[in-house]
Design a protein around this ligand. Structure first.
Ligand code: F6R
Length: 268
């Protein structure tokens, strides 16, 4: 696993967007696994800038998002409704600003009338696309990847998961409060790719910023592999994994000097 440390959120986002852009240029029909949340917003803004100013082309790119709340969804024909779906988030923060084809973007369907069946179908769609070339991941305050909450099997597949109180609190503050929702109105369930699904991606980019993430990042990459911190599954990953952090999120790492040394040696 490579650990890349950048001075701040902007630099972390720039590095991450550069890595994604590099793949899109090399393989224009690549399959990207995408995340929502506060962390990737800077990365998406930089990708949008690259599209507008450098002609980065997404017309053949296909995407699969990690997760979606169960019971809500986004209808592009009613773009101004107040739903807080991850499908809306992706539309607002990335898809509508670039030349990606809507039919090439997949977010789990929170409104499916048969969610269990949908989960199987999602796995199949990922396989039929040839698998995910690069999976972008954040890390939750409770150490989750996607919505794989503590106790999720590290071999889990796409399924319905019950959200922890901490996740509901974190996401309420970020998204729901501003939209005028009450905490008790938030969905308690989500469809999520499993840890086993994520570990099949051909490469992984995990990003985190801010002091609030420092402890959980340390546990995930330097602590024991445990289903209590599902992001610790990165230590089991056999492909190319890169963790991109700002200084604050990296501040509790024991091996920080080694990570910096590795980056210097590899660059030279
Ligand atoms: C979202 C997702 C989540 C977030 C995590 C961190 O699709 O998969 O696991 O990556 O909750 O969220 P932020 O970035 O808001 O701190």
């Amino acid at each position: 696993m490579d650990v890349i440390i950048r001075s701040d959120y902007e630099q972390m986002s720039l590095y991450t967007a550069n890595r994604i852009a590099e793949l899109v240029r090399k393989k224009p029909d690549c399959v990207l696994g995408l995340a929502t949340g506060g962390t990737p917003i800077g990365t998406y803004r930089e990708l949008i800038r690259k599209h507008r100013e450098e002609g980065l082309c997404f017309s053949k790119v296909r995407t699969f998002n990690l997760d979606e709340y169960l019971g809500i969804g986004f209808n592009p024909e009613q773009p101004y409704s107040a739903d807080q779906s991850y499908a809306r988030f992706m539309h607002e923060e990335l898809f509508r600003h670039i030349d990606i084809l809507p039919e090439n973007t997949r977010v789990p369907d929170g409104l499916s009338d048969n969610p269990e069946e949908f989960c199987k179908h999602y796995e199949k769609a990922i396989r039929e696309a040839g698998g995910i070339d690069l999976q972008l991941l954040g890390i939750g305050g409770d150490g989750h990847w996607a919505f794989n909450e503590p106790g999720s099997s590290l071999a889990s597949r796409t399924r319905i998961e019950t959200l922890t109180r901490q996740t509901l609190d974190d996401n309420y503050e970020l998204f729901y409060r501003a939209a005028g929702f009450l905490r008790e109105d938030m969905p308690h369930f989500a469809i999520t790719m499993g840890i086993g699904t994520i570990l099949e991606a051909k490469s992984i980019l995990m990003i985190a910023n801010g002091k609030k993430k420092a402890n959980v990042v340390r546990q995930a990459i330097e602590g024991p592999v445990t289903s209590q911190i599902t992001a610790s599954a990165i230590q089991l990953y056999a492909g190319k994994a890169t963790v991109v952090l700002d200084e604050e999120a990296a501040s509790e790492l024991k091996n920080i000097d080694h990570y910096r040394h590795c980056e210097k040696v590899i660059a030279s």
